[in-house]
Write a protein that binds this ligand. Structure first.
Ligand SMILES: *[C@@H]1O[C@H](CO)[C@@H](O)[C@H](O)[C@H]1NC(C)=O
Length: 270
């Protein structure tokens, strides 16, 4: 490589450009859309805050929660964006085509959904709810071919709301794994998360439906592992852990700088 005197003033530019390339290489931000009803976006919903904090504590920081709604006020600042709409049914999201514009504006890499509670309250049959889930999965994949989708087996409903509601939730939850298997692809993996087991409506909800503090902790816990896996696979686990460690090795920094210099030299000379 020849550097004529006229190019010597370009050194600072090379350094600046190399430095600006580094973060892009070492970190890929994963956009996560929490999709649901008031259990996700209602006034008492703080499980997302707890989940976010658990991710920080595990050094999983390459995340951005997305959605048109901002998070609830919880005990600490957190990344609270979500698409949790009070009273909403899965069947309604589909019949009114609501998910398509939500996906268009939030552009997620991962969708985590906890839906069906209001469908159950409105006595929608399991098959109809699952059909709506299926349409939503289709839309998610139209938005992103390799969308990672996490679907919750939803938390229980107390029978104070309707005598059969508890049993209807159980029937929906029992049908979710088989449905998910049928829609699963290697390109766009669906993972089912069990948020039902161990969730006690008496001690973990304020009103038979909405998680209280103990319930929020339980819901955060049920999402944590599957979401961490989805973030690692969507964001590139190796690169992420390299970024989380004290820094990239001097070797890889030099390598990247060399690539940058080569590109710039080509750009200048040819
Ligand atoms: C979908 O496939 C992946 C492997 O590609 C697997 O880990 C996951 O459990 C499957 N999901 C379901 C619901 O069977």
């Amino acid at each position: 490589m020849r550097l004529s005197p006229s190019h010597s003033s370009s050194y600072p530019l090379i350094v600046i450009l190399s430095a600006s390339i580094l973060p892009v290489w070492s970190q890929s931000t994963v956009r996560i859309l929490p999709l649901g009803d008031s259990i996700t976006g209602g006034p008492e919903s703080c499980w997302q805050a707890l989940l976010w904090r658990s991710l920080q504590q595990a050094s999983i920081t390459n995340t951005k929660f997305v959605g048109s709604r901002s998070g609830q006020q919880c005990d600490f600042e957190y990344d609270g964006a979500n698409e949790g709409h009070v009273m909403i049914q899965a069947t309604e999201i589909v019949s009114e085509g609501k998910l398509v514009p939500w996906l268009e504006s939030s552009k997620p890499d991962v969708v985590m959904m906890h839906l069906g509670t209001n469908d159950v309250l409105n006595n929608k049959p399991t098959a109809e709810i699952l059909q709506a889930f299926g349409t939503m999965v289709d839309w998610m994949r139209e938005s992103k071919k390799v969308m990672r989708i996490i679907v919750a087996q939803i938390i229980p409903l107390d029978s104070v709301f309707c005598e059969e509601c508890g049993e209807r939730v159980v029937r929906l939850n029992e049908a979710i794994p088989e449905w998910a298997k049928g829609m699963n692809t290697t390109e766009s993996v669906i993972e089912v998360v069990d948020c039902w087991t161990g969730f006690d409506t008496d001690s973990m909800t304020s009103d038979g439906v909405h998680p209280n503090n103990a319930g929020n902790e339980k819901v955060a816990e049920c999402w944590f592992k599957p979401l961490s896996r989805a973030i690692k696979s969507a964001g590139g686990g190796e690169e992420v852990s390299a970024a989380a460690s004290p820094g990239m090795s001097a070797g890889s920094k030099l390598g990247i700088a060399a690539v940058a210099v080569t590109v710039l030299c080509r750009w200048w000379w040819w």
